[in-house]
Unconditional design. Structure first.
Length: 61
């Protein structure tokens, strides 16, 4: 049985992940993604965030 993902707001992984999400959600990063040909930016941002969560907390995607 797999354990649930419990976030500790003061944990170092959570703090770093929050900073990364702030950068990913910035207008500049959206412009960069669009310049590389990504079409549906909201979907791509969601995928990137999901991948980062799985990497930081060891959760299988």
């Amino acid at each position: 049985m797999k354990h649930r993902l419990n976030l500790d707001i003061k944990g170092p992984n959570y703090i770093l992940l929050k900073k990364i999400f702030k950068i990913i959600d910035s207008r500049k990063s959206l412009e960069i993604l669009a310049s590389y040909g990504f079409k549906n930016l909201n979907k791509e941002i969601f995928v990137f965030k999901t991948i980062f969560i799985s990497m930081f907390f060891g959760v299988d995607v």
